[in-house]
Design a binder for this molecule. Structure first.
Ligand code: ZN
Length: 349
């Protein structure tokens, strides 16, 4: 995200910090006492998951210290800390077995460890809260769209996986009794309607999860399916690995490459079916779409329009309510959405 220049106003204290633990990098953000974003500068550092819990916490705390320093704040100004971290969990604040972080972290009491480190840094007790990273992205974006029109917010973020969340009309997050609500990503996609077999998913389910048809994780399978229709295509050469080819597709789509466009058109149709499924479960007013395919720095306006129109068209085909009742938005916080959501969760508590 670009650094946005603006006149520095004193922050309304207390402030709330948000830490977003990603598989490779962790990001730090924050909101003030009114819920306004303190800075749009993307601050991130390596998560160092393979080095174990002590190294991970050290990185988060260094990031938080640097954030406070850069913004002319101190731990005295902090009212709470939120942590976005991928699930599933053994229990609240205890990591379960999941694909995005090393398996050696299974069973880690991350909330206790972070709470202790925060208390040490601040020399007093500060409330630390946590939720699923995909859910918290929605909380970060909901505040903006709910300020335009009241209503519930369904957010879908196709990236390496498919992040999903639902925020109630009152601005609170639907977390679920086991903090596993809105896992649309691992619900079955109508793969027969999409003309595709049930794809493999990283979660191990074999019913054709939405994630496999909408995110980077399933691109190699989509490519294998579509390549035979384009035998002379540069990606048909077996030389480069499947993952490398998958990453080249977004760039090719911007240049109008027919294979790449066919693949992303299919992803848009699958996304629309996921949106319709989510709408039938939660009946929202707002639909927010995030992820790399609507990133203004990596995609052309024409491509983004084609992708979003594809999603809307497919949603209309399956959804229960009239499509005109749904407000579609592009996500605005980019890579800061989860850290911002984590900070807002801390503010809400
Ligand atoms: Zn799955």
């Amino acid at each position: 995200m670009d650094n946005v220049s603006f006149t520095k106003m004193p922050h309304a204290t207390p402030v709330y910090l948000g830490i977003d633990c990603g598989a490779t990098t962790s990001k730090i953000g924050g909101v003030d006492a009114r819920g306004a974003i303190i800075s749009t500068t993307l601050r991130q550092r390596p998560t160092r998951g393979e080095d174990g819990p002590v190294a991970i916490i050290e990185g988060w705390m260094e990031g938080a210290d640097a954030f406070l320093r850069d913004e002319g704040l101190s731990w005295d100004d902090v009212g709470g800390v939120g942590l976005a971290i991928p699930g599933p969990y053994q229990d609240y604040g205890i990591l379960g077995p999941q694909p995005n972080l090393p398996r050696s972290l299974d069973g880690w009491h991350f909330l206790d460890d972070l709470t202790a480190s925060v208390a040490k840094a601040a020399r007093r007790e500060i409330t630390v809260v946590t939720a699923n990273d995909g859910q918290l992205a929605g909380l970060g974006e909901a505040k903006r769209v709910q300020a335009i029109t009241p209503g519930g917010v369904l957010m879908l973020v196709p990236g390496s996986g498919l992040g999903c969340s639902y925020v109630h009309a009152d601005g609170t997050l639907l977390e679920g009794d086991h903090r596993a609500a809105a896992i649309l990503c691992h619900m079955p996609a109508p793969h027969v309607k999409l003309g595709l077999p049930p794809f493999q998913c990283g979660c191990g389910r074999d019913w054709g999860c939405f994630e496999a048809y909408t995110s980077l994780s399933g691109l190699p399978q989509l490519l294998s399916h579509f390549l035979p229709q384009f035998p002379n295509h540069s990606l048909a050469s077996p030389a480069s690995p499947a993952k490398e080819k998958a990453l080249a597709l977004r760039e090719l789509a911007q240049q109008g490459d027919p294979l790449a466009l066919a693949i992303f058109d299919l992803q848009a149709r699958a996304m629309g079916a996921a949106v319709a499924t989510g709408c039938m479960a939660y009946d929202p007013t707002h639909i927010v779409i995030g992820g790399g395919l609507i990133d203004p720095e990596a995609t052309t306006p024409a491509f983004r329009q084609r992708y979003l129109e594809g999603i809307k068209h497919s949603t209309a085909e399956y959804v229960w309510v009239e499509i005109d009742k749904l407000h579609f938005h592009e996500a605005s916080l980019g890579e800061l959405s989860q850290a911002t959501g984590a900070a807002l969760l801390a503010l809400g508590r």
